[in-house]
Design a protein around this ligand. Structure first.
Ligand code: ADP
Length: 363
């Protein structure tokens, strides 16, 4: 019996050629098995005959653009098939190939195995998404380590400086103030990381409830009032009567609070921040408007990335972590909504959190 281990872990047993020769019409039996296998594999599958012509392929193989004119397109895969024939064992590779009309780079895992003396079966899995996820995870860990290292390093240096300046009370006070600022920064990063992981890992089904957006906004404003007073910013709000939707109350408050906090921190003292909510075609639009420094158009897409800041030195002054807007973006997508931005440098910014509402709950 010939045993074929498929890439996706499913073990498939085929009758050996010898047995097939004696008991089954050999070619027909193998052809039948090949056809059936290719139809059920989750991967993109191709069966090639001894002239390397495609005998049978799965729809996934066409989607990945592995075949043209009845032959394999990619050299790496042709080589693999050749090796499978030469070695008569299963061979595999992980590589990047160009696929589709746009010549997208696609990471694949491919496995080829000969069966019978005529056929080679090639199974290809698209790893691009899991590779991307892995890269994002790795970047995230690197970014977190870097972000934490800076305040931790500063705290350690400041503690050392205080120890060495016990004779100079003025210097001690100054160092202690800086120490407080750095530890606050550290606390902000940790708090926002916790918020981000909550939002990312949240299962809305567990926390969903009927949420009144007016209450969400009032709460978010309340939690920013002190910051607004400290920065001499007036907070004004305008809320249509009783707009409700199905959602996670705390997640929505966090999102609106982050938008208001940014609007305050990126405005000059004496400014005003407006928060409004209204329903337009079954979509609740929460807008937070400031007349602050604005965001250059070239940066407007990137500000939603984790740890991205337009001006890291200003963000450092304000205690910004670069995580606030990525939390907002996740919260929006959890509610099947989106976040939009309109901003002009030197004029101000408007962030609009758009959340679908159930039409029957609007009134
Ligand atoms: P941070 O904690 O640095 O504020 P965010 O993710 O909340 O991080 O925002 C990312 C960046 O987007 C900020 O560092 C800032 O450069 C820019 N930004 C966000 N909101 C505003 C705003 N209302 N006005 C101007 N710039 C803003």
């Amino acid at each position: 019996m010939l045993v074929v281990n498929l890439v996706n872990g499913v073990e498939v047993r085929l009758f050996s050629v010898k047995r097939a020769r004696s008991e089954l019409p050999q070619v027909d039996g193998l052809e039948l098995v090949a056809s059936q296998l290719i139809d059920v594999v989750a991967s993109a599958g191709v069966v090639l005959d001894q002239s390397d012509l495609v005998f049978k392929s799965s729809p996934g193989a066409a989607q990945l653009g592995l075949i043209a004119n009845g032959k394999l397109v990619h050299l790496a895969l042709k080589d693999l098939v050749e090796q499978a024939r030469a070695k008569a064992v299963a061979v595999e590779i992980e590589t990047e190939i160009e696929t589709g009309l746009n010549k997208d780079q696609t990471w694949i895992h491919a496995k080829a195995v000969q069966f019978g003396d005529r056929y080679v079966m090639l199974l290809v899995d698209d790893l691009t998404e899991s590779k991307k996820l892995e890269d994002t995870r790795r970047d995230f860990v690197a970014n977190v380590s870097h972000e934490l290292k800076t305040p931790i390093g500063a705290i350690s240096l400041l503690a050392e400086a205080i120890t060495g300046a016990t004779e100079d009370p003025v210097a001690v006070t100054r160092f202690a103030q800086s120490l407080q600022k750095e530890s606050q920064r550290l606390a902000n990063i940790v708090q926002e990381l916790i918020q981000l992981s909550r939002v990312q890992g949240a299962n809305l089904a567990d926390t969903i409830d009927v949420v009144d957006l007016g209450t969400v906004i009032a709460d978010a404003i309340d939690r920013n009032q002190l910051l607004a007073n400290q920065n001499n910013i007036r907070l004004v709000s305008e809320i249509e009567n009783s707009i409700t939707l199905q959602g996670d109350y705390e997640m929505l408050v966090t999102a609106v609070r982050n938008l208001i906090e940014n609007a305050i921190l990126y405005s000059e003292p004496g400014g005003q921040v407006g928060v409004r909510v209204k329903v337009v075609h079954d979509v609740a639009e929460v807008t937070v408007t400031d007349s602050g420094i604005g965001i250059p158009e070239s940066e407007q897409e990137r500000i939603f990335e984790r740890f991205y800041r337009v001006d890291p030195s200003r963000s450092r002054q304000t205690g910004g972590t670069g995580l606030g807007l990525s939390i907002v973006k996740h919260a929006a997508s959890h509610h099947k909504g989106e976040i939009r931005i309109f901003s002009k440098v030197g004029v101000g910014s408007t962030f609009t959190l758009r959340l679908p509402v159930n039409a029957s709950e609007e009134e």
